[in-house]
Design a protein around this ligand. Structure first.
Ligand SMILES: Cc1cc2nc3c(=O)[nH]c(=O)nc-3n(C[C@H](O)[C@H](O)[C@H](O)COP(=O)(O)OP(=O)(O)OC[C@H]3O[C@@H](n4cnc5c(N)ncnc54)[C@H](O)[C@@H]3O)c2cc1C
Length: 431
């Protein structure tokens, strides 16, 4: 075993960021900007290779509704046994999963929903503003689009329910436009086939939401971070967190190498709880597997420019340059990223039914990733009971949406500044 003491050659505060997904990389970038000496550690050979690789692409504060709602249990039961169910539970004898499920049920009350929407919106709106500022500062390119996100509904009863939810969101200061089917087509002409074939009863437009390729962003930002002096250690399995006198002092890697630092930020997505357990911290984060397919666009006029969310199948559609990304579905089934072609077939069928002729359906690029899901759908940001250890994890379905804001807030916290947003209710002490 040999040691690299990250503290020895720099009088600035040294920080380890564990994980080079979109959350770890944004954290590292903002830490470096604050003048800290930063090292990012990841087991992959490049940034953004796991859950940040091929997500739905939406920067969507409009998705702030948590999974745990008063109607969640009814929906889960309704979807049982359906191969095209948007959310599938594969229950097994795993106490961690059962504990997570109990906490999920506790969050299904109207009061909790309102609280969790406020907490998510707090991070998501700050994050969107931070992303816009970052884009202006460094001119980062990632197939971004700023046409908003249009949520559309095939059934009038679902649209009516969504209009009520839009009222709740308005109560939290988040404005959206209610659109008829015809107005949806005026906003996004590619929906004309959906309207003509009875797949479009109405829509809700979040015009300030955005979209873009999270992987391209993560790669590009890692480059900017490296220019600021951030060191990236790829191909390194983090074996355990090291502690001394009640503080985390660094990590031990799989080959026995030890990295020491003044502060450590854990940004390992779904894998975050695994490193915390030996320290007696039981973080309720469970992986929720999701899928995407990326398709080449063959007729640019038939493919949507506005990022879309289809309520019926719970799928999102984002145009990324000359490609269309369709993503969604969720399986609570443990740490498994195998691609089930039955699930990706749902997306190809959706593309054929909704946007015929837009994409080459014979050339799909399928992918599966694990969302780090908390039972309340709110990320875990802030300090831990263990000195020098910070969390930036548990972003679930909205890690890309919340990345810049989470990274910036945690970088402020680590560097001794007061974050621009209140972290109350976001830290792990809420569990
Ligand atoms: C199908 C799907 C669609 C989605 N769509 C959207 C969307 O439209 N908008 C949105 O905002 N979000 C979306 N998300 C969620 C978003 O992709 C995630 O929240 C986000 O990518 C999480 O980033 P992360 O950095 O926390 O995790 P990751 O990207 O998974 O990064 C964690 C890193 O930790 C590393 N790691 C883990 N354990 C170890 C270890 N022991 N040693 C070394 N390295 C380790 C991994 O290699 C990985 O690089 C979607 C997710 C899925 C699955």
């Amino acid at each position: 075993m040999y040691k690299i003491d990250l503290m020895s050659d720099n009088k600035n505060k040294t920080t380890l960021v564990l994980g080079a997904g979109v959350i770890g990389v944004t954290t590292a970038y903002y830490l470096a900007r604050a003048g800290l000496d930063v090292t990012v550690v990841d087991r992959q050979d490049a940034p953004g290779m796991e859950t940040s690789f091929a997500n739905g692409g939406q920067i969507a504060a409009s998705h702030a509704e948590p999974w745990a709602t008063p109607s969640a249990l009814g929906n889960i039961i309704k979807w049982l046994g359906r191969t095209d169910a948007p959310l599938k539970f594969r229950l097994k004898a795993d106490p961690v999963l059962w504990n997570w499920c109990i906490r999920f049920l506790v969050n299904c009350t109207a009061g909790r929903v309102s609280q969790n929407i406020e907490r998510t919106l707090r991070v998501a709106l700050y994050s969107r503003a931070s992303l816009i500022a970052l884009r202006a500062e460094i001119g980062i390119e990632y197939d971004q689009r700023t046409d908003g996100v249009l949520h559309f509904y095939g059934q009038t009863k679902d649209y009516d329910r969504a209009c009520k939810h839009a009222e709740t969101m308005r109560g939290h200061g988040f404005e959206q436009q209610l659109l008829s089917g015809g107005e949806c087509v005026s906003t996004e002409p590619a929906l004309v086939h959906a309207l003509d074939t009875g797949q479009l009863a109405g829509g809700i437009l979040a015009s300030d939401d955005e979209s873009g390729d999270a992987h391209a962003f993560t790669k590009a930002l890692a480059g900017h971070a490296a220019d600021l002096g951030v060191k990236f250690r790829y191909g390194c399995d983090i074996e355990r967190l090291l502690t001394s006198s009640g503080a985390v002092t660094g990590v031990e890697l799989g080959d026995g190498e030890v990295l020491l630092a003044d502060a450590t930020v854990l940004a390992l997505g779904s894998y975050s709880p695994l490193l915390l357990r030996p320290l007696g911290i039981h973080l309720p984060i469970y992986p929720a597997k999701g899928y995407s397919v990326t398709l080449p666009i063959i007729d640019a006029n038939l493919a949507p420019k506005t990022s879309l969310t289809e309520n019926e199948r719970k799928l999102v559609y984002s145009r990324l340059g000359s490609r269309l990304r369709i993503a969604g579905t969720a399986e609570i089934a443990g740490y498994n990223t195998d691609i089930d072609t039955e699930r990706t077939a749902i997306m190809l069928k959706a593309a054929a039914e909704l946007l015929p002729g837009a994409c080459d359906l014979t050339d799909p690029d399928p992918w599966a990733g694990l969302r780090a899901k908390t039972p309340d759908s709110v990320p875990v940001l802030g300090m831990t009971p263990i000195k020098s250890l910070y969390l930036n994890t548990g972003h679930g379905t909205l890690g890309w949406t919340m990345s810049c804001g989470s990274g910036r807030a945690i970088a402020d916290l680590v560097s001794g500044r007061t974050p621009d947003i209140d972290l109350n209710g976001l830290a792990m002490d809420r569990f």
